[in-house]
Write a protein that binds this ligand. Structure first.
Ligand SMILES: *Cc1c(COP(=O)(O)O)cnc(C)c1O
Length: 391
């Protein structure tokens, strides 16, 4: 049967009917261990009871009124984000790309309002991924994502990731903002060293540039802190979040300080769906689960456990595995050529384990944050088999 879907994706011939915790099930009741979680989205696993309840309760009451009207839950979720982060103000979106767009607009507006309309330069990093809108593909700088879509936008400079000299040279008093993922997701799970984020903070302070973190993939508890940059202590001026903060319901946000956010006055930005009551209730329920004592420590422990297990694989297959990458439960293995991440991914899937592929020939894992050692052991056993079968 031919498909009526735009062919931007090529999914395998596999349909899941139901999900529960770390497991997905097809119509025959066969189970898959989900170590990719909808690309780091299903942070609490599938159909977490607290999220299901929040969504169902709200679905019976009110779905949508737009931003024309107040939604008290918006204030409630924004307060939670701000009480536990650098931020004072929040704008809610439906996706990560929209959060990035808002963040970039706010950065330029900040300088424009200071009389520096020409200060538009955004410094970004090789291997970055920030989404698929025009602004986001120009920020990401991946030529394959820009080809055929018209001229490149003005005002984006890309430098090597975690390169100190390049940062010192590129960040000047013409820079509007520096945009970085503290842990690169799509680019191959490279984590920026803590000192590097602190250096960027210093350079931004010295030049008056704003520091923007894209924590769309690495935030929401994934590294064992609510936001990945917390490990470094280097706070941003603006931060984009999405994916895990909605736990599977479309939700994103950009967060900022009063100093920056206050410039985005009535009429400067908007969204029809952003901050809708369904997303807000799910976002609140998810946040409260993650703030429960011990939740984030569990993520840290599981991240360490998985890393040890992956290091074990690297010892067994030194000819295949170059490196173990990532931070917390955003992690993976970089394969040596001629071995290919996607082939290992398919072999693992054939054996009941779902993983992902990232750039730089990395096999990516981003399991639900609720995994246990048993899940991790099982995943590693299957990867072991998949690697052995690929040798
Ligand atoms: C997924 C992702 C985006 C884009 O988010 P969408 O919800 O797909 O629009 C942006 N930045 C990073 C780091 C991401 O992982």
């Amino acid at each position: 049967m031919s498909s009526h879907l735009i062919p931007t994706y090529a999914p395998p011939d596999l349909v899941f009917e139901r999900g529960e915790g770390v497991w997905l099930y097809d119509a025959n009741g066969e189970a898959w261990l989900d170590f990719i979680a909808g690309i780091a989205v299903d942070a609490l696993g599938h159909c977490h009871p607290a999220l299901v309840k929040a969504l169902k309760d709200q679905a019976d009451k009110l779905w949508h009124v737009s931003n024309m009207f107040k939604v008290p839950a918006r204030e409630e979720l924004a307060r939670r984000y701000c009480e536990n982060s650098f931020a004072d103000l929040v704008f809610f979106t439906n996706s990560g790309t929209e959060a990035i767009e808002g963040a970039l607009k706010a950065a330029r507006k900040f300088h424009a309002d200071k009389g520096d309309e020409g200060r538009i330069e955004i410094v970004t990093f090789q291997g970055a991924f920030h989404g698929r809108s025009y602004g986001a593909i120009n920020a990401g700088g991946n030529p394959a994502y820009m080809k055929g879509f018209g001229p490149h936008m003005e005002g984006f400079t890309q430098i090597p990731f975690a390169d100190e000299e390049a940062a010192r040279a590129a960040i000047t008093n013409k820079t509007a903002a520096v945009l970085i993922e503290p842990v690169q997701g799509e680019g191959g799970l490279r984590a920026a060293p803590d000192e590097y984020l602190r250096l960027l903070r210093t350079l931004c302070n010295e030049t008056g540039a704003l520091l923007i973190y894209d924590e769309i993939q690495c935030g929401a508890g994934r590294t064992g802190k609510m936001f990945a940059h917390e490990w470094s202590g280097a706070l941003p001026d603006i931060m984009a979040v999405a994916k895990g903060v909605g736990g599977g319901f479309p939700l994103g946000a950009w967060l900022t300080t009063t100093e920056v956010g206050a410039h985005m006055v009535v009429g400067t930005h908007g969204s029809t769906y952003g901050g809708n009551p369904l997303a807000m209730q799910v976002g609140i329920a998810l946040w409260d689960e993650m703030m429960k004592p011990g939740f984030l420590d569990h993520v840290t422990q599981m991240g360490q456990f998985l890393k040890q297990q992956m290091a074990g694989l690297a010892d067994t297959y030194p000819d295949m595995i170059e490196d173990v990458r990532g931070k917390g439960l955003l992690c993976g293995i970089k394969l040596r050529e001629p071995f290919v991440n996607r082939e290992i991914m398919v072999r693992a899937r054939d054996r009941g384990l779902l993983t992902g592929a990232a750039g730089d020939n990395v096999l990516r894992m981003a399991p639900p944050l609720i995994i246990t050692e048993e899940h991790a052991r099982k995943a590693i056993r299957i990867l072991d088999e998949a690697l052995a079968a690929s040798r």
